[in-house]
Write a protein that binds this ligand. Structure first.
Ligand code: C5P
Length: 232
């Protein structure tokens, strides 16, 4: 699996996003489009960024009954994204339906990865709000194994979990890891962070980097630093 740096384009408008991407001129970084931008700018923003030659991870975290997710995934595969995701909590059946919907008539499909437990969920909220009593690390691993059983390609997880996921689900099961910061950078609201070099060492397949690139004085230089540390 080719390692890559994915830039989280957490902007609220098409103009802001395209102005940001214009800075990269010849380079075509892998781009993550999340709910904020997708709901603000609609599917056209995906088509436009794709037409400019970028790969796209569409991060919409689907979670609904299997039939609805299957149909929604079919629409997303027509948008020609390269990677998309859902919540593993939707059950193995929902994940199987999603894969079915995502697969195009010619048999190709975008990568499909699962969110296990959100990093904003902690042991206490899982127990109190969701009535799940097991240790969170076990829940994450169980959800990752469910995703693998359903035929998915990997999971989004904290860089600190990537090694364990590979041990439990195999090296070819993709780990996509946000929470990346430069050693000399600001952590912002991310609590458990790793540098791109550390993420490489523990075997992440893709890192998702937002503010350290989007808010940098020189975003292209910050992106290139990520690539140097993580990929080269
Ligand atoms: O700006 P920053 O590098 O923290 O952005 C990280 C990106 O990864 C954001 O788009 C955030 O929503 C996403 N993400 C995350 N933690 C997760 C899942 C997704 O930070 N567990």
């Amino acid at each position: 699996m080719g390692k890559d740096v994915i830039i989280a384009c957490d902007f609220s408008s098409k103009d802001e996003t395209l102005a940001f991407l214009d800075k990269f001129q010849g380079r075509k970084p892998y781009v993550k489009i999340g709910m904020e931008l997708f709901y603000a700018a609609g599917p056209d923003i995906v088509r436009e960024i794709k037409a400019r030659g970028h790969k796209i991870f569409l991060d919409l975290k689907l979670h609904d009954i299997p039939n609805t997710v299957k149909k929604a995934m079919s629409v997303l595969s027509n948008l020609d994204v390269d990677m998309t995701n859902l919540h593993a909590a939707g059950t193995v059946r929902m994940m199987e339906g999603a894969l079915e919907g995502l697969t195009r008539p010619d048999g190709t499909r975008p990568l499909l990865i699962a969110v296990t437990q959100l990093t904003s969920t902690d042991q206490e909220s899982m127990e109190q709000d969701l009535l799940i009593k097991e240790p969170i690390a076990e829940v994450v691993m169980h959800y990752a194994q469910n995703a693998k059983r359903a035929g998915l390609d990997g999971v989004v997880c904290s860089p600190l979990e990537a090694e364990k996921v590979h041990n439990a689900c195999g090296k070819s099961f993709i780990t996509v890891t946000p929470g990346v910061r430069f050693a000399d950078g600001d952590k912002g609201d991310q609590k458990r962070v790793m540098t791109p070099a550390e993420a490489k060492r523990i075997g992440s397949d893709y890192i998702v980097v937002g503010r350290p690139v989007t808010q940098a004085a020189d975003p292209v230089a910050a992106y290139e630093r990520c690539v140097r540390e993580f990929v080269d």
